[in-house]
Design a binder for this molecule. Sequence first.
Ligand SMILES: CC(C)(COP(=O)(O)OP(=O)(O)OC[C@H]1O[C@@H](n2cnc3c(N)ncnc32)[C@H](O)[C@@H]1OP(=O)(O)O)[C@@H](O)C(=O)NCCC(=O)NCCS
Length: 397
Amino acid sequence: MQIPYGVNHNMTEQQYIRAPKGLAGVIVDQTKLSGVDPSGQATIYRGYTIDDIGEHASFYEATHLFLYGHLPCEDELKEIKKKIDYERGNIPEKLFDALKLSPITHPMYYGSYGVTLLGQYLAPEWDFSDETLFDHAIKLIAKIPVVFTAGWHLARTGTLIRPDPTLDHATDVLRMITGRMPNKVEARAFESSLVLYMDHGFNASTFTTRVIASTLSDMYSSIAGGIGALKGPLHGGANEKAMEMFLDAQEKAKAKGVPLKEYIIDYIKDKLAKKEKIMGFGHRVYKVHDPRTDVLAKYVKQLENGEYWLEVLKASEKVMKEEKNLPANVDLYTGVLYYQLKIPIRMYTPIFAMGRIVGWTSQYIEQVKNNRIIRPTEEYVGPTGLKYKPLEERCKQ
Ligand SMILES: CC(C)(COP(=O)(O)OP(=O)(O)OC[C@H]1O[C@@H](n2cnc3c(N)ncnc32)[C@H](O)[C@@H]1OP(=O)(O)O)[C@@H](O)C(=O)NCCC(=O)NCCS
């Protein structure tokens, strides 16, 4: 291998490691937060399996687990609930004023914009003491849903649905999104999806957050970067695209008078024949099964038209297994679940961020506590030896 340009030439050729494209299979650091098991059987949240925590833990319990490393005792649970509910209800009024100026656009923009604004109001001077790190992690976890929902409603209707700190976090967040009070089953299904989204190893947005953290930038700037990475359809944006696909197929099935669970088979085959990707399928690590889908399937069943949607999901999974040997991922199921909860499709990826913020902030803390700047090396393969020419001498035949 040619020794790359611009790097430490004290290193020998053998010391360089050529990572595969997309860093697939490259271990870049250690973490005690979460680990993704390729078989899908033992994906871990701080020692517990993801499906155990996703099915049983509340938002507050799972947040405590990530930030402090253990499930809370009764007094710790009261304390974290009190802090999160207080911080959710306590938003700088100027943030709302600023969000009023935003156009109708993808709400992920309200998140990255709102988070950097929050950083300016709440943490203009940044330090790395434990007190600062944990305080701002909780602030971000609690406030981020308000940033997204306020941006969404202010841009579209000019109205503001304010947080209600007397409500439980997931209930209040769902209420702020839809504008109506959810029932207990809906609130728990939504809460479980937030918990299942909380962390997932070194996924693209978490890695982005850690790269920014490694420069010792502040937590707000790092989270804004994570939001940008999550927006893409190959990452968090897939839940929106998956549901759009089902709705498109549903309309076409209706026109043909065929049940969707039957029509979806040819619909997916047709897309595959055109070399299109089927959103909500495939994963960098899970090649067999994504365990989050099992927990979500239980909630999909309990919500509106649960049996109908489960049959459509299962038929899609069967055809993708047969045609491409690819499993469904979390986003296929949350896409359907959020549709059942009557959430506007463009808000699906922001909801992913409202869960993942717990992982991002915990990973930020882990990174800065044991830091080395993340700076890989490139292999320059462009031309060399060119010389600058004045304008009049350039581009001559
Ligand atoms: C998640 C994802 C980005 C992983 O990418 P990756 O690890 O680089 O996987 P690869 O692109 O190497 O996939 C291997 C093969 O399966 C195909 N494939 C992967 N996901 C596919 C999908 N959703 N639909 C159709 N084909 C797919 C690839 O085209 C590739 O085929 P090839 O070998 O013929 O070129 C990819 O599966 C994807 O784009 N999925 C759809 C988006 C999505 O649901 N994202 C949410 C992830 S939680």
